[in-house]
Ligand binder design. Structure first.
Ligand code: ADP
Length: 163
């Protein structure tokens, strides 16, 4: 079985991620969308919330499974028997970071390959940071995330504003 993981923070999942995940699911028998529990970024959603939102976003794709992980991505690959790491590329500035990460992972585990998929043009400027910023200012994110994610953002920021 050709199994790949698509790792990330998914804080929250948006249409850029969803497009990459769906396209990658056509390349492999099974795609594990791997939600990293403690990235070195400030998070809005807990690991459980990020997993729930991500699971709902891919609920209609039978060969996509959502799992949480901590520690090294290559160790998680070994744990689940995945030989490929899928990443998305948006702009040139992504490339340098992704290139360094792919080389570091290659160094740590030479048998695991990184497969980078180029974003669709309409998702070039889409990032979780942008989505969070717009939502925190009460802006409309309905073109960027599915309805259940927009609702979760609304709920999250209304409780933050009221506390
Ligand atoms: P990380 O913290 O690991 O970068 P993210 O959740 O921000 O996690 O992103 C996960 C993956 O999705 C990364 O490979 C990232 O480049 C990719 N990605 C994020 N936004 C987009 C987008 N708009 N189009 C394509 N890929 C994207």
């Amino acid at each position: 079985m050709r199994r790949a993981i698509f790792p990330g923070s998914f804080d929250p999942v948006h249409y850029g991620h969803i497009d990459i995940g769906r396209r990658a699911s056509n390349l492999f028998d099974e795609l594990i969308v791997a939600v990293y529990d403690k990235p070195s970024k400030k998070l809005v959603f807990s690991p459980e919330e990020r997993m729930r939102l991500t699971r709902e976003a891919f609920a209609d794709v039978p060969n996509i499974v959502i799992k949480g992980y901590s520690g090294l991505t290559v160790d998680f690959c070994a744990e689940v028997g995945a030989k490929f790491i899928v990443r998305g590329l948006r702009v040139f500035s992504d490339f340098e970071y992704e290139f360094r990460m792919a080389l570091a992972n290659q160094h740590l585990s030479p048998t695991i390959d990184t497969v980078s998929l180029i974003t669709r043009q309409e998702h070039t400027f889409l990032s979780s940071t942008t989505v969070r910023e717009i939502a925190s200012l009460n802006g409309n994110v309905s073109a960027m995330v599915p309805k259940h994610v927009a609702l979760a953002l609304e709920e999250k920021f209304s409780t933050q504003h009221n506390s």
